[in-house]
Design a protein around this ligand. Structure first.
Ligand code: ATP
Ligand code: MG
Length: 397
């Protein structure tokens, strides 16, 4: 436990309350993984926690969370609570603060996430989280069907953790996941997107197959068969660069090739991804699955026609799917300083008008395009003198 976390827990104890680190940080510490957020749980009410520390932010009054700021670091300190009734498979109706940590651990999703540890290293593990971690199992706390019906996001979290940690979903939990899959349609697309993205950005993106096959994505796919080969095919995503755009593009390419989706842009839009990602990934997918060439000039044409984002997505996905070194070639092209955009040409429409008297219009557009295509193939000709001469000869034709 880093010093600032120890000091935070000490301070709370000195004020007469209980304090534990809890949830994901305990899990990751036991696994020897890097801990990115240290979360604490306490018996202290929010107002008491706020008074203990000179710098705090009330992050969520309703949920009892105070962020304690200590020398540039932060610890989220949350008062023990239980969740109220769930009526919509998404959010509890409200929360109630409780006096014991066990009740707080009970509301948590999986046994591995329902452990707490105090300052002295004493572990509270009422649901066998440590054993499940040792066995590599993701198991719901309590009745899985009830827990998934309360909050359908837990099903996507189960898949995401299995991909990040390389764990299996315990069989009772998996059965419930299949039975409750349809409840995912009640979740906001943003929450589904975020979990999906974490899964495809992990080192085991093929775990997404479990989710497809169980039907978690039915409301995102429309009616389609999930082929048994999809699991193996999805593994290729881990060979792709660690880039959001590329991984979404790769997912679309695999789903397109397996005939699970037919319109990548439509599929991506359903996740409410930002328009830049939708555009790069869907266009990149279109190029990658149509046997993307490897030849330098062809890659340059693609870069010129589709733009940097889509071209790089396509190249990265095609390299991983079919082999080759398109990404390396594209980087070389981008670094060469050669003209790959109309605006990089040594002449503009205004030059053609002023120097050669060509009036603006479709004819001028055609001439500029012809010059541009010439320069893609002959980068050494991108000088004002040579291009004006070329334009003059084209205008005479
Ligand atoms: P990571 O931060 O590495 O993604 P985490 O387990 O810390 O994993 P968070 O979303 O940060 O995940 O949540 C912190 C803790 O809150 C979890 O470990 C779990 O105990 C609890 N938790 C989070 N989301 C849910 C949920 N949907 N249902 C029940 N408990 C949850
Ligand atoms: Mg966390």
């Amino acid at each position: 436990m880093p010093g600032y976390v120890v000091q935070t827990l000490e301070k709370i104890e000195q004020c007469g309350y209980e304090a534990y680190i809890v949830g994901g940080c305990v899990r990751d510490a036991l696994l020897g993984r890097r801990v990115h957020d240290w979360d604490a749980a306490t018996s202290a009410p929010v107002e008491a926690t706020e008074k203990m520390f000179p710098r705090t932010v009330l992050t969520g009054r309703k949920y009892g969370t105070v962020t304690v700021l200590t020398g540039g670091r932060k610890v989220e300190v949350t008062t023990y609570r239980a969740d109220g009734e769930y009526t919509d498979s998404r959010h509890p109706e409200g929360v109630v603060f409780v006096s014991d940590i066990r009740t707080d651990l009970e509301r948590r999703d999986f046994t591995m996430n329902a452990m707490a540890m105090d300052l002295r290293g004493e572990l509270l593990d009422p649901f066998g989280g440590r054993e499940d971690i040792a066995a590599g199992l993701i198991r719901c706390v309590g009745d899985p069907e009830k827990r998934f019906s309360e909050d359908a996001l837990r099903m996507l979290r189960a898949v995401r953790f299995s991909a990040q940690l390389g764990f299996e979903i315990e069989s009772g939990t998996l059965d419930a996941l299949r039975g409750c899959a349809h409840l995912v349609s009640a979740l906001s697309a943003e929450r589904v997107r975020d979990e999906t993205e974490k899964t495809i950005m992990s080192s085991r993106p093929e775990k997404l197959y479990t989710a497809f096959e169980a039907g978690l994505y039915d409301s995102y796919l429309g009616p389609s068969e999930i082929p048994a080969a999809l699991g193996e095919r999805l593994a290729v995503l881990s060979d792709m660069p660690f880039s959001r755009q590329v991984r979404w593009c790769g997912l679309c390419a695999v789903l397109t090739e397996e005939e699970v989706i037919s319109d990548a842009a439509d599929f991506l839009h359903r996740f409410r991804l930002d328009s830049r990602t939708v555009s790069a990934a869907s266009r990149g997918c279109g190029i990658a699955v149509r046997e993307m060439p490897e030849e330098r000039l062809e890659l340059k044409r693609i870069l010129a026609a589709e733009g940097r984002d889509a071209a790089f997505c396509a190249a990265a996905v095609a390299d991983a799917l079919y082999g080759g070194s398109r990404v390396r070639s594209l980087k070389e092209i981008a670094g060469s300083g050669e003209c790959v955009r109309r605006s990089d040409l040594a002449v503009s429409g205004a030059d053609l008008r002023d120097e050669l008297g060509i009036p603006p219009g479709t004819r001028m557009g055609d001439i500029l395009q012809a010059i541009f295509e010439h320069v893609l193939a002959h980068p050494e000709d991108n000088t004002r003198k040579k291009l004006l001469k070329l334009a003059a000869s084209l205008a005479d034709d």
